[in-house]
Design a protein around this ligand. Sequence first.
Ligand SMILES: *[C@@H]1O[C@H](CO)[C@@H](O)[C@H](O)[C@H]1NC(C)=O
Ligand SMILES: *[C@@H]1O[C@H](CO)[C@@H](O)[C@H](O)[C@H]1NC(C)=O
Ligand SMILES: *[C@@H]1O[C@H](CO)[C@@H](O)[C@H](O)[C@H]1NC(C)=O
Ligand SMILES: *[C@@H]1O[C@H](CO)[C@@H](O)[C@H](O)[C@H]1NC(C)=O
Length: 301
Amino acid sequence: MEITYKNTSALSLIFTFILFISSLNLSFSTTICNTNDKNVLLGIKSQFNNASDFTTWDPITDCCKNWSGIECNSNGRVTMLAVSDTNDVIGEIPTSVVNLPFLQFFTFAVFPGVSGTIPPAIAKLTNLVHLDFSLDSLTGPIPDFLGQLKNLDVIDLPGNRFTGQIPASLGRLTKLRSANLGSNQLSGPIPASLGMIKSLEQLYIYINNLSGPIPASLAQLPKLNELSLFQNQLTGSIPESFGSFKNPALNIDLSSNNLSGPIPSSFGKAKITALVLSKNKFSGDASFLFGKDKTVLTTMD
Ligand SMILES: *[C@@H]1O[C@H](CO)[C@@H](O)[C@H](O)[C@H]1NC(C)=O
Ligand SMILES: *[C@@H]1O[C@H](CO)[C@@H](O)[C@H](O)[C@H]1NC(C)=O
Ligand SMILES: *[C@@H]1O[C@H](CO)[C@@H](O)[C@H](O)[C@H]1NC(C)=O
Ligand SMILES: *[C@@H]1O[C@H](CO)[C@@H](O)[C@H](O)[C@H]1NC(C)=O
């Protein structure tokens, strides 16, 4: 009798324990989203008057699992905020993103109704890897402080109305692979410091008001495969250094500038797949560009 009683007690203890554990599991699996992060996101939703991009951002569901454009780490902290492509998001880049300290991917793009400048709050997002404000209506400068965001891998800012110079500080971004600043109203020179970004694979600065020479330092970029500088007011000649590009698949578009002088014969040795030099003021003989050794060249204008 006594033995049976003890066994029953032990069993029920085990049973209670199992129930407790499974209820813990259940609560972990239903609510991951960090409360502070969720409130920041709900604030953004209300700042933009519940615009269509935010319809899935329902306060009663889990922001990490059920909200479109949101991703979290395993602790429920928001690492991605990626919304784009509607006309009803109207206002400025929300400065409250500064209260999402784990944010790595921030896309707020293809919003014709988003204007103003890039807010200084962005400088505090030190984990930022990917910044995309493509095709908004932003104005003002490309801020110097972007050079402090050491983890940046991609900067996409094309199709806005940015003015001023390209900040030399971008040269400090040692992990940057792709920068697109095309179709803005940037002026002044291309900073030579961009030649220090050894990780850089794509540089797009087409359709701006850039002037001055093409920095010779760009030829030091060992991984560069896209260099798009067309439609600016660049002057001077193609740097002699451009013959030393290392990447075997390189597309270069320097068209519609005010470049002049002979095309350097060293350039003929570079392994280039597409070369567009039209609408400039080049002179001299370019026949060396068509040599038998040009095995990878597919496009020439
Ligand atoms: C936005 O949606 C919330 C519920 O998610 C609601 O309480 C609020 O009134 C809505 N605001 C507007 C401006 O529609
Ligand atoms: C939220 O997402 C989870 C996991 O994807 C899913 O199982 C659940 O049904 C969703 N809840 C709602 C209310 O949509
Ligand atoms: C860009 O250059 C063009 C042609 O030189 C000029 O008409 C235009 O005003 C310039 N725009 C800016 C924003 O500097
Ligand atoms: C282009 O360069 C020539 C000199 O090479 C200069 O006279 C002319 O003003 C420049 N044009 C523009 C639009 O910068």
